[in-house]
Design a protein around this ligand. Structure first.
Ligand SMILES: *Cc1c(COP(=O)(O)O)cnc(C)c1O
Length: 461
């Protein structure tokens, strides 16, 4: 094959292109440097294309448009909104809890303006940044004080480092869990400078095991909520209240990592009950930690509530400075916690609870309504409305499922490549739609679909 050398002369010179009126707009939008760099990239690409294909690329008719299109794609934020139809409400890879509008406004305000982060308007000098939130948390949980850090992993690390460094922490063998990624209780212990004192067995741990473990070097008794796994059969665990008794008797503080934790009794909403921080405090647990962006429905944060003198040790520890939350997190968290002061409206205002409590019949009705409008645009698929099961997610028990409805797409030719193509197409929508491929079909669980109009508009193109 001989290369048509003349084709190369169709690649315009940079100077000439930049004088093109179309480029004035591009230059204004993206700047000289980025525009010229992109032009050079495209010129190079055109040369390679000629060499390989003996032809100019298709876009070579419209250099201005192509440069603009590529620069626009490059400058799009990589952190983008998506529509979560995976069926997992608190999806860690999709950023967990969606924030309440009240939290969104509070964050926007804190970003735009100086705020009273560590400043008392009444000059009382109470001063640390968690103060306002701590008061609110005490009101909600009955604790004496509180401390806020970057996430619950940080909360556990800080609790251990500030109260048990160089000492022993007693934990049941059945609670030495891995939460995901690099968060494993024995590793966190080591990082915090504590010695792990394992008691009991994988399936059974008794009060007498904890009692026998306590010695003069014991700093803490610890409970870890085994949120992501469940064992059945011949089991026994010591609940927090009983452990708090033992702690009181032997004069050793008890700490509990609740993981998710919920400030409201979820069973009142027909959901599986999760441990509640206020119950732990009432039972006499000294420090309780939980996440801000799991069932609480707020921003990523780690919340520790408990006894005043222990919280003071956390606040004064050098790690607190490294793990502290910023003004945006604190604003969002405060606005979220304020919603809990009006529990009657909580399920309406707090997106996490709103989505978790959507009733199965209304999701089904939404599915029936969408079916006809969506199906006609996907002739290669058998589109149906099917019952499915949503998950709470983020370390809630995988066995606790919520009845829901999905739109399912089965390729008429039964080919997996069709499914992959559909999945890719949904991911490239202006607001990407994330579903789940399972059992030879694409499942779009409608539980978390609130912006139906936008969804329909995109799916109909
Ligand atoms: C989720 C979880 C953590 C980690 O919390 P993050 O807020 O994700 O850092 C720690 N412990 C338990 C028991 C958890 O469920």
């Amino acid at each position: 094959m001989t290369t048509h050398l003349s084709l190369y002369s169709h690649i315009p010179a940079t100077d000439r292109l930049l004088r093109d009126p179309h480029f004035l707009v591009v230059l204004e939008t993206f700047g000289h440097r980025a525009t010229v760099d992109m032009l050079r990239t495209l010129q190079e690409e055109a040369r390679e294309h000629i060499q390989a294909e003996n032809a100019l690329p298709d876009w070579a008719e419209h250099w201005g448009l192509e440069v603009e299109k590529r620069l626009a794609a490059n400058t799009q934020n990589t952190l983008r909104p998506v529509i979560n139809l995976t069926g997992t409400v608190l999806h860690t890879n999709l950023g967990r809890a969606q924030q309440a509008e009240e939290a969104v406004s509070a964050v926007a305000q804190a970003m735009r303006s100086p705020v009273t982060l560590e400043y008392d308007l009444d000059g009382a000098g109470r001063g640390h940044r968690d103060r306002a939130l701590a008061d609110l948390l005490c009101q909600l949980t009955g604790a004496e004080d509180a401390c806020i850090v970057n996430n619950n992993a940080a909360a556990v690390l800080l609790m251990l480092a500030a109260t048990a460094s160089g000492k022993e922490v007693v934990v049941s063998r059945g609670e030495l869990v891995e939460i995901g990624g690099a968060f494993r209780i024995p590793d966190v212990m080591r990082q915090a400078g504590c010695t792990l004192h394992e008691v009991g067995t994988t399936n059974r741990t008794h009060a007498k095991d904890y009692r026998a473990a306590v010695n003069e070097n014991t700093a803490l008794l610890m409970k870890v909520h085994t949120s992501n796994y469940h064992i059945e059969g011949f089991t026994h665990t010591v609940e927090e209240a009983e452990l708090a008794e033992i702690g009181r008797e032997l004069n050793v503080p008890v700490v509990a990592d609740l993981g998710s934790g919920s400030l409201v009794d979820l069973s009142h909403y027909g959901l599986p009950k999760e441990p509640m921080p206020q119950e732990m405090i009432a039972a006499g647990v000294s420090l309780v930690s939980f996440s801000g962006d799991k069932l609480l429905g707020g921003p990523q944060a780690g919340i520790i509530v408990g006894r005043r003198e222990l919280i003071a040790r956390l606040q004064q520890h050098p790690l607190k400075r490294a793990l502290r939350a910023d003004k945006m997190t604190l604003s969002a968290l405060e606005a979220t916690l304020r919603l809990y002061l009006h529990p009657e409206k909580l399920a309406e205002r707090l997106p996490t609870l709103r989505l978790l409590t959507r009733d199965a019949a209304s999701i089904r009705a939404q599915g029936e309504l969408l079916l006809a409008q969506v199906a006609q645009h996907y002739p290669d698929f058998d589109v149906r409305v099917e019952s499915c099961q949503s998950q709470i997610g983020s370390g809630s028990l995988p066995v606790d499922r919520l009845p829901s409805t999905a739109l399912t797409f089965t390729p008429r030719d039964g080919r997996g490549s069709q499914l992959e193509a559909l999945s890719a197409r949904l991911r490239t929508l202006p607001v990407p739609v994330i579903g789940r491929i399972y059992d030879g079909r694409m499942w779009l669980d409608l539980r978390c679909l609130e912006d139906e109009e936008r969804f329909l508009e995109m799916m109909s193109k």
